[in-house]
Design a protein around this ligand. Structure first.
Ligand SMILES: [Zn+2]
Length: 100
């Protein structure tokens, strides 16, 4: 899963790539039950990977593009245009989440 967004404080974009929780496969629940997955607390992503140090900030759109393609992840036009509009409006820290 990929989190990208515009960071007004930095006047730059940030990128955070996290893996889906291996225990529940990203559903946040155990085997289709209503029980919250203990591996991720129901978040569906590996919390350890949400360590702020994994967050890469101060990026331009081209740099995000480059990093994603290095990881073999597509950078859809839709995502790019969302980010561009955040930059244009200097939107607050809006989080865009993409399941890829
Ligand atoms: Zn889980």
């Amino acid at each position: 899963m990929i989190f990208v967004g515009w960071e007004p404080a930095d006047q730059a974009f940030y990128l955070n790539v996290v893996d889906l929780c291996a225990a529940c496969g990203g559903t946040g629940e155990i085997g289709g039950s209503e029980e919250v997955c203990p591996g991720c607390g129901g978040e569906g992503i590996q919390l350890a990977k949400l360590n702020p140090s994994h967050r890469q900030g101060g990026l331009s759109l081209d740099e995000i593009d480059e990093r994603l393609s290095r990881d073999g992840v597509p950078f859809p036009e839709l995502v790019r245009s969302d980010l561009l509009s955040d930059q244009r409006t200097n939107a607050g820290t809006l989080l865009h989440e993409y399941d890829l």
